[in-house]
Design a protein around this ligand. Structure first.
Ligand code: FE
Ligand code: FE
Length: 295
C-alpha cells in the first residue's frame, strides 16, 4: 500500500442508511434489519444524516469534492488491501448492524455469484461496490459518503427521503439557475451529464474508470452503472427524474435494479468465509482491476 495522504480518522463510524432493507421493499423470505419507526433511535440518526446531506449538498459543494477526490491522490493499494481497509469502518450505533464491511462485500458478491455464475464481472462489482467509502478515513462527513443520492442543480423531487423539508437551508433552492424542475439540465440529457450529490457511488465509479483506462481492461457498462447509481433510490426505486434520463440510462437501469437487491443487508443471509473466498475473487481482481489502484 502506498500512502499518498495520511488518513485523519483511523476507525470512522459509518452507517450506510441506503443499505437498510426498507420496510416497503422487504425481499421475499428475508427479514428486515430495522423498521423506520419514529421512536427508533436509529431513525433519529438516519434523519439527521439526510437533513445534513440535503442542506449541504449543493452544485458548488459537489464540484469541490470532485476537485478533492478525482485527482486520485489519497492512496494507492490493491483491491484486496482496500477491502481490508474498509473493514475498519465501524458502526457503533446499532448492535444489530455490526456486520463488518468486508463481510457485506463478500456477501453481496456471493449472492450475485449464486444467481449469475457466468457473469464474473457482476460478481466483482458486488465485491467492490462500496470501496468508495474509504473517503470516511479522510474526514469526509457521513452525509458525503453514504446514503441515497440525488441530482444537484435542479429541483429535488418528491420521492427523496424526508422530502423538501430536509432541504431547508440548501442555498441552491434560492438560485434561479438550479431551482426549477430541469435546473441546469436539458430534457433527457442523460445521467452521464448530471452532477449527482457526492458519495461513494460516483467516487468509486471514477476510480474504476481511471484504473481500467490505465491498465487497459474494461468492466461491462451495466456493472459501471450499478456502481455509479446503486444509491440513486429516487430514480431506480422512486421513479423520479425520468426527464433527465435518456435511452441508454433506461437500458442500464435494469442492471442497477438487478444489483440493488443484493446490496441490502438482511438478517437471514449466511456469513461467508471471507478468507476461503479470497483466492477466487483475487482471480477476478487480477482479470479486471489488477495492480495498485489509485484512490
Ligand atoms: Fe453502497
Ligand atoms: Fe453496499
Amino acid at each position: 500500500m502506498r500512502i499518498l495522504q495520511n488518513t485523519m480518522n483511523e476507525s470512522p463510524s459509518l452507517l450506510d442508511v441506503s443499505e437498510l432493507v426498507r420496510p416497503e421493499q422487504k425481499l421475499q423470505g428475508q427479514e428486515a434489519f430495522r423498521d423506520y419507526s419514529e421512536e427508533n433511535p436509529l431513525q433519529q440518526r438516519v434523519k439527521k444524516t439526510y437533513y445534513e446531506m440535503h442542506s449541504n449538498q449543493t452544485v458548488d459543494f459537489v464540484k469541490s469534492k470532485h476537485a478533492k477526490w478525482l485527482g486520485f491522490n489519497h492512496v494507492e493499494c490493491t483491491i484486496m488491501e482496500a477491502l481490508d481497509k474498509l473493514n475498519d469502518l465501524v458502526d457503533e450505533s446499532d448492535p444489530d448492524l455490526d456486520l463488518p464491511n468486508i463481510v457485506h462485500a463478500f456477501q453481496t458478491a456471493e449472492r450475485i455469484r449464486a444467481d449469475y455464475p457466468e457473469d464474473d464481472w457482476f460478481q466483482l462489482v458486488g465485491l467492490i461496490h462500496d470501496l468508495g467509502k474509504i473517503m470516511a478515513f479522510y474526514d469526509e462527513p457521513q452525509w458525503a459518503v453514504v446514503g441515497d443520492t440525488f441530482p444537484t442543480g435542479c429541483m429535488p423531487q418528491a420521492s427523496i427521503v424526508y422530502g423538501m423539508d430536509s432541504f431547508g437551508t440548501n442555498k441552491d433552492l434560492k438560485d434561479p439557475r438550479y431551482n426549477t424542475k430541469l435546473g441546469m439540465y436539458s430534457e433527457n440529457c442523460g445521467l452521464d451529464n448530471v452532477l449527482m450529490s457526492w458519495g461513494h457511488d460516483e467516487y468509486l465509479y471514477q476510480v474504476v474508470k481511471n484504473h481500467t483506462k490505465k491498465v487497459g481492461t474494461s468492466i461491462p457498462e451495466g456493472g459501471l452503472y450499478a456502481i455509479r447509481f446503486h444509491s440513486f433510490y429516487p430514480w431506480h426505486t422512486g421513479g423520479d427524474y425520468e426527464y433527465l434520463i435518456n435511452d441508454h440510462d433506461k437500458k442500464m437501469k435494469e442492471w442497477v435494479l438487478r444489483f440493488q437487491k443484493y446490496d441490502l443487508y438482511t438478517k437471514s443471509a449466511s456469513i461467508p468465509d471471507v478468507e476461503a473466498l479470497k483466492p477466487y475473487y483475487q482471480t477476478l481482481i487480477d482479470k479486471y482491476l489488477p495492480g495498485l489502484v489509485a484512490f
